[in-house]
Design a protein around this ligand. Structure first.
Ligand code: ATP
Length: 211
């Protein structure tokens, strides 16, 4: 069987269980050898992160310590300018020419995928996994819907290295980094929303309003 690699990009400001648990479920469902967590340096579609790139990288490493199915990949931090997913996929395809690549995105992100830089080329380099709540039917605009239908994976698709869209049902945890930052700023306890080792680092580095 072709070895397959998952890719989860994000700001990870901070990493939390809403990232890790769905990613693990996708890895198990699709038999991915590992998931690469790829922090972005200058995210194009959102406000800039509060933690520095080094701090976000440290939190990622602490979160996955002892979990070899997750690997931290800092390639976007070494690039100048904005982080575009397409550049990362081109890079990974170059590095892993004979492995299947699966880009993991939440339903919300997928609904806006046509705003991404060179979005129509994404499938030339990777598959796309849409992480859905069980039973959820995302409401897409006409163009996204047509693209989704045209590339929807079927039974034969698992031999392909790229080119298909895979809706996968995952346990969605209503956790966001925004909520965690607010919880901390409000002097409340964020425990069980993210790994203890990450909380330890946040406290030590006085991040997000810790005094
Ligand atoms: P913020 O609240 O700061 O916007 P976030 O918690 O959404 O951050 P990101 O780093 O922006 O985290 O997310 C990276 C990726 O993880 C995105 O594709 C996003 O859709 C997905 N993601 C984030 N939180 C969840 C969650 N609770 N369940 C499933 N996917 C998630």
């Amino acid at each position: 069987m072709t070895e397959a690699i998952g890719i989860l990009g994000g700001t990870f400001d901070p990493i939390h269980y809403g990232h890790l648990r769905p990613a693990l479920e996708v890895a198990e469902t699709l038999g991915l050898s590992h998931i690469r967590l790829i922090p972005n340096s200058i995210p194009p579609h959102r406000p800039q992160p509060i933690a520095t790139v080094e701090q976000r990288l440290t939190m990622l490493k602490l979160a996955v310590e002892g979990h070899p199915r997750f690997q931290v990949d800092d390639r976007e931090l070494n690039r100048q300018g904005e982080s575009y997913t397409i550049d990362t996929l081109v890079d990974l395809r170059d590095e892993f020419p004979d492995k299947a690549l699966y880009l993991l995105v939440g339903t919300d992100a997928f609904l806006h995928i046509q705003t991404w830089h060179r979005w129509h080329e994404l499938l030339e380099f990777s598959h796309i996994v849409v992480m859905q709540r069980p039973g959820e039917l995302p409401v897409m605009n006409e163009q996204t819907q047509a693209w989704y239908q045209q590339h929807l994976a079927d039974k034969e698709s698992s031999i392909l290295l790229c080119g298909k869209i895979w809706p996968i049902a995952v346990t969605q945890l209503m956790v966001s980094a925004t909520q965690i930052r607010k919880t901390i700023a409000d002097k409340c306890n964020p425990q069980f929303l993210l790994p203890d080792a990450v909380i330890g680092f946040i406290n030590q580095a006085s991040l997000y309003g810790v005094e």
